[in-house]
Design a protein around this ligand. Structure first.
Ligand SMILES: Cc1cc2nc3c(=O)[nH]c(=O)nc-3n(C[C@H](O)[C@H](O)[C@H](O)COP(=O)(O)OP(=O)(O)OC[C@H]3O[C@@H](n4cnc5c(N)ncnc54)[C@H](O)[C@@H]3O)c2cc1C
Length: 398
């Protein structure tokens, strides 16, 4: 029988050339110190990956997108994506630390000089953990424009009241980005007006009008509900102009979608590597199971989807970096990579038969995480709705 090609770089290797090879190698070297057993133990204890995040911070990876003048590396979005892709391809979890990467552009682009000087060097060094993004609310869900958390100006503060849900990492973050309504919906011309962004110092806010309650989920995502009861936030923590927050947050959302698309690309590589290796090795009925087309074709299809999603993700990152409109590509990349990773996860789990559900193989852990990527930060339906009415010009459903 002809020998299959060597799998030096993993079968689902980076197909268009290994851009940022030094970063990829260095991230993988760190990830190698945090194998599946580390993540399984955290799931058992409900713990947070403090050591993993500290090591990535120490190595400068979480400051990759912060401009050099504030102590970061000033690298393009693609480099940040490559870091997250390698974390995921290694079986580790980017949700422990990805938020500061995607919130950075919003702060760099729309924050004032005092805010940047106050926060960015600390974020770059790791002294300030900037990992929480409070948008979603229990009553309004995907309908962000109708969110109900309000901030009312009172002297040199804003007084915040309301509730957020699914705010990830709030208990492991010092600073959060909070989207609030500063002008009631019935007093604005457009629904996108009247929303504002506040930087909330969680260290000061906890117990002084802000209460954080963890939510148990099927993944160790460290997500929470947050209650605001007359929380006072200094007016100097308003990002940009009052009422313009939704426009600013769109910048953050595009970078979030593109960066998280890279995570799904990494997941797809993880699943394909594992599944292809197993399908070659596992012999049943006197043949490798991968010789059966019932096993082979789902893997081939998942590989095809992963390659397409990788191209879209690279295109979205390039447009973002060039300062061009990239909402369509950011959404497409997020959806396509999320679907590719999920189909690879399904094929991988099925290929492993009973071993797919054994915890020590780490497939079921990553499978659960890949499932969440089809819901958060944007659900597949909302991307389809965006394409339907925003791109194809079909009537809007909401
Ligand atoms: C693990 C996890 C971490 C998260 N982290 C954060 C975070 O850090 N910060 C944050 O702000 N949010 C976070 N989220 C929230 C996430 O962004 C939302 O769950 C997501 O946007 C969907 O909102 P929802 O859960 O309220 O669903 P809903 O809006 O209630 O929707 C429920 C379902 O109905 C579908 N649906 C709703 N309206 C339509 C329509 N018009 N057409 C078609 N389908 C529709 C949706 O697609 C979805 O499948 C997180 C969520 C999870 C699960």
């Amino acid at each position: 029988m002809t020998q299959p090609p060597a799998m030096e770089d993993g079968f689902a290797r980076v197909p268009l050339g290994r851009d940022w090879p030094d970063i990829r190698d260095a991230v993988r070297a760190i990830c190698a110190k945090y194998p599946g057993a580390y993540w399984r133990a955290l799931e058992d204890s409900g713990g947070f990956a403090t050591e993993f995040v500290a090591e990535l911070t120490e190595a400068g990876f979480l400051a990759a997108l912060i401009p050099e003048e504030f102590g970061g590396s000033g690298l393009p979005l693609r480099a940040g994506g490559v870091i997250l892709e390698e974390i995921h391809a290694s079986g580790c979890e980017g949700n422990t630390c990805h938020a500061q990467m995607y919130m950075m552009h919003m702060l760099v682009k729309h924050g004032d000089a005092a805010q940047k000087a106050r926060y960015l060097p600390g974020v770059a060094s790791g002294a300030i953990r900037f990992q929480s993004f409070g948008v979603t609310e229990p009553a309004t869900g995907s309908n962000t424009l109708e969110l109900r958390t309000t901030a009312t100006r009172d002297g040199d503060s804003y007084v915040v009241n309301g509730q957020k849900i699914w705010t990830s990492r709030a208990l492991h973050s010092d600073l959060m980005t909070l989207l609030v309504r500063t002008t009631p919906l019935d007093r604005v011309k457009r629904r996108t007006d009247g929303l504002s962004i506040l930087l909330v110092d969680i260290r000061e806010a906890k117990g002084a009008g802000m209460t954080i309650r963890p939510i148990e989920t099927m993944v160790n995502h460290q997500t929470n509900e947050i209650f605001f009861d007359n929380l006072r936030v200094p007016a100097g923590n308003l990002v940009g102009e009052e009422g313009m927050g939704f426009r600013y947050i769109l910048d953050g959302m595009n970078s979030e979608r593109i960066l998280l698309a890279h995570e799904s690309i990494g997941d797809a590589r993880f699943f394909l590597d594992k599944a292809v290796a197993y399908a070659r090795e596992r012999v049943v009925f006197n043949r490798p199971i991968g010789q059966n087309q019932g096993v082979q074709f789902p893997l081939a299809r998942a590989y095809s989807e992963y390659r397409g999603a990788d191209l879209m993700t690279r295109a979205a990152a390039a447009l973002f970096q060039a300062g061009q409109t990239c909402g369509d590509e950011a959404n497409l990349a997020k959806m396509q990579s999320g679907e590719a990773a999920w189909n690879a996860a399904e094929a991988c789990l099925q290929t492993h038969g009973g071993f797919g559900v054994a915890r020590e193989y780490d497939i079921e852990r990553k499978w659960r995480a890949a499932r969440v990527q089809r819901i958060a930060p944007i659900s597949t339906n909302m991307v389809l709705a965006y394409i339907g009415h925003g791109v194809l010009g079909l009537p809007k459903s909401y």
